[in-house]
Design a protein around this ligand. Sequence first.
Ligand SMILES: [Zn+2]
Length: 350
Amino acid sequence: MGAFTAIILAVAIIMSCILIYVPNMHIIALKIEDSKLTGGRVSVMDMLKASDMELQGEGEETRKTVLKGHQIRLTLPQNVTSASVSIENFHVDKNIAISINGIGKDYFDEYPMLGESNNITDITYASENLVGVIEITLDRVLEAQMTSEGEYIYIDFVDPHEVYDKIVVIDAGHGGNVPGATKMGVYEKDINLDIVLELKRKFDRCDKNIGVYYTRTDDSNPSFENRVGLANDSKADVFLSVHNNSTASGRMSSINGSEVMYEGGDSSGESKKFASLCLDHLLGELGSKSKGTVVGDEVYIIRMSKSPVALVEVGFMTNQKELENLQDKEYQRKAAQALYDAVLEYLDEN
Ligand SMILES: [Zn+2]
């Protein structure tokens, strides 16, 4: 056997080993992914489905008040009070996490849950270090309201508009591995988020009964469907998306100023009206140049929005001065102030 044949043979053997091994690697990877996802989390949805039967044994009152498709009832062990229960609502994922301090893995064995599931698509449970987390997946955006009575905790799932006078959805553009415009090592996604977090600080202090939902408050990248879906699902009174601009070529240039996109297809004119308010306030607060309001129907979240929508481009990252401004905390605060005022003015007039 010549050296050449030996090499060919060796290559062939290596290739077939790889071919045999690769599918296995794939399966192993999937399994790891799978166990990471579950994380010891088990679906307790069957309990909810079975609770109809359990209810037969309950009093008339419970049957009437609990479980009209929008409530679940949990029973707390003696040593656990309602103060140990906290609820976090991830509106954009239609996911609600109920954390209870002091309950272990076998909690549900002893204290079954009652409920009905008109809007609940799944409930899972996991406990670590005696902190139990019940995760509820919904098919629409709902608020969770907790009341307690003795050993019982009731959680009602209600329409956001039953809780709040107005609903605002705020979207920080891009995120995760989609940075948006990138100039001099500065990512648009980060500036968008900084401004939105400033905006959140203002809304958190706002004493009006306004529900504000954010598509992201960290470096995640929700899908476009989920972003506009949050506005549509919650029937938001207004939908604001925060971005920053760059020239078409992406080259640094003298072009600068604030621009706001609206939905031309919105025949009510509300989107344009809201966009104009955003622009006016930005110009007033930042002293930036007006690039006007422009039709943005080619943008998915604008076109698909059922709520009055404005997508603001606060400034140009391709302009040296504006790029510096946009990284400045005080400038970001001013931009947030402008958008906050625009939202409140729009809601006041509607
Ligand atoms: Zn952008």
